[in-house]
Ligand binder design. Structure first.
Ligand SMILES: C[S@@+](CC[C@H](N)C(=O)[O-])C[C@H]1O[C@@H](n2cnc3c(N)ncnc32)[C@H](O)[C@@H]1O
Length: 317
C-alpha cells in the first residue's frame, strides 16, 4: 500500500520532468517583477515539494514570504520534517522557529536570499491573506472550482498571479496496449466526474474558459504530461549484456499508488448505479487488467502517460 506521503515524494521527479518550462519561466518573471518581500501562498502544498523545487531551481526572488497550507495534517507534519533538509540540499542555511501554537516557520538564507516559509494545516479556500502569487499544483482538479476560484481571487493582489501547474486534463494511458485500456480510462475519468465529491477529469482545459469567463486573464498555458517509463540499468551500447529495466527515483511506487487509485475508483463504480452508459467491464476483466499491469510494473515493462496542463493567470482588475 503506497501512502499519500510516499506518493507525493516520488511524484516530485515525475513533476520535475513534466512542468511546462515556458509557463514556469513566465511565472518566475512575474515574481521577479514584484516588490520585496514577495508573498506566495501555496494551497494544497502537500509535503512541500514545490517549495523545495522552486528553491533548488533558483526560481525565487531575493526576499520571499511563503505560506504553505494543506488540509491534511499528516502531510504538513511530514513537510515540517522534510522541507528543511530539502532547502539545505538547495544550498540554504535553515533556522527553525516554533511558535506557541505549534506552528513552524523556517527561515532560510542563501547568499543574498531570504526565504521565510510557514507550513500550516488549513483549508486553503478559507484562509485570509494578501498574496502576490497563489500556487495550486495538482490541486484544482480535485476541488470545487466554483468555490476555489473566488477564494483565490480574494487572496490575490489585483495584479497578482495564479500558478496552477499539473492540472489533470483527461488522459490516462498505459503501454503496452491492452484491449480493456479504453474502458478502464473511460471509467476512471467517469469516477472523477460523477462520483468523486469535487473536481473532474478535464479541469485543465476548463480553466482556459472558466477563468476568462470570470474576468481573469490567462497569461500562459501549456502541457505538462507525466511520462513514467523504465530505463535500462547498466546498458552498454553494442554489447549483448542483459540489461535490467528499472524506474528512476522510486517512481515504481508512484505507479503502484496510481494503479491502486484506479482500481479503487473502478471497484467503487461497480457498486454504484451511476456507472450506466460507460460500457461494460466485468469485475474479472478489471482484476485481469490490474494483475497484468502489476506484473508489467514488476518486470519493468509498464509505461504510463497522463495529460496535464499548467496555467498561469491574473485575476480580474
Ligand atoms: C494531489 S495532492 C498535491 C500536493 C502537492 N501540491 C503536490 O503537487 O505534490 C493535493 C493536495 O491538496 C490538498 N487539498 C485539497 N483540498 C484542499 C483544501 N481545500 N485546502 C488545502 N489543501 C487541500 C490535499 O490534502 C493534498 O495534499
Amino acid at each position: 500500500m503506497t501512502d499519500q506521503r510516499t506518493y507525493l515524494e516520488v511524484k516530485r521527479t515525475v513533476d520535475d520532468r513534466a512542468l511546462n518550462r515556458r509557463v514556469l519561466e513566465r511565472f518566475v518573471e512575474g515574481l521577479d517583477a514584484r516588490s520585496s518581500p514577495v508573498r506566495i501562498v501555496e494551497i494544497g502544498a502537500g509535503i512541500g515539494t514545490m517549495i523545495a523545487r522552486l528553491a533548488a531551481w533558483d526560481c525565487l526572488p531575493d526576499e520571499v514570504a511563503y505560506r504553505a497550507v494543506d488540509r491534511d495534517a499528516e502531510s504538513v507534519r511530514y513537510a515540517r520534517e522534510r522541507v528543511p533538509e530539502w532547502l539545505e540540499d538547495a544550498g540554504y542555511a535553515v533556522e527553525r522557529l516554533e511558535d506557541d501554537r505549534g506552528g513552524t516557520t523556517l527561515l532560510a538564507r542563501s547568499g543574498g536570499q531570504r526565504l521565510e516559509v510557514t507550513l500550516e494545516v488549513a483549508d486553503g479556500f478559507e484562509i485570509e491573506d494578501r498574496a502576490d502569487a497563489v500556487i495550486a499544483s495538482a490541486v484544482l482538479d480535485i476541488v470545487d472550482l466554483e468555490r476555489a476560484v473566488p477564494a483565490i481571487e480574494a487572496l490575490l493582489e489585483p495584479d497578482g498571479l495564479l500558478y496552477a501547474p499539473i492540472t489533470f486534463d483527461g488522459g490516462t494511458t498505459f503501454a503496452p496496449p491492452d484491449p480493456a485500456d479504453d474502458r478502464i480510462e473511460r471509467r476512471y475519468h467517469h469516477h472523477m466526474d460523477a462520483v468523486r465529491s469535487a473536481g473532474g477529469s478535464r479541469v485543465g482545459r476548463e480553466l482556459l474558459w472558466r477563468l476568462p469567463d470570470a474576468g481573469w486573464s490567462v497569461l500562459e498555458a501549456g502541457g505538462s504530461d507525466w511520462v513514467v517509463r523504465p530505463r535500462a540499468e547498466g546498458a552498454r551500447a553494442g554489447t549483448e549484456t542483459e540489461t535490467e529495466m528499472e524506474y528512476p527515483d522510486g517512481e515504481r511506487s508512484f505507479l503502484e499508488g496510481l494503479l491502486e487509485t484506479i482500481d479503487g475508483a473502478l471497484a467503487e463504480l461497480e457498486t454504484d448505479e451511476r456507472e450506466s452508459g460507460i460500457g461494460d467491464l466485468e469485475p474479472a476483466e478489471r482484476r485481469r487488467w490490474l494483475e497484468r499491469r502489476r506484473n508489467e510494473l514488476e518486470s519493468g515493462e509498464l509505461v504510463f502517460v497522463a495529460h496535464n496542463l499548467d496555467v498561469l493567470a491574473r485575476p480580474p482588475e
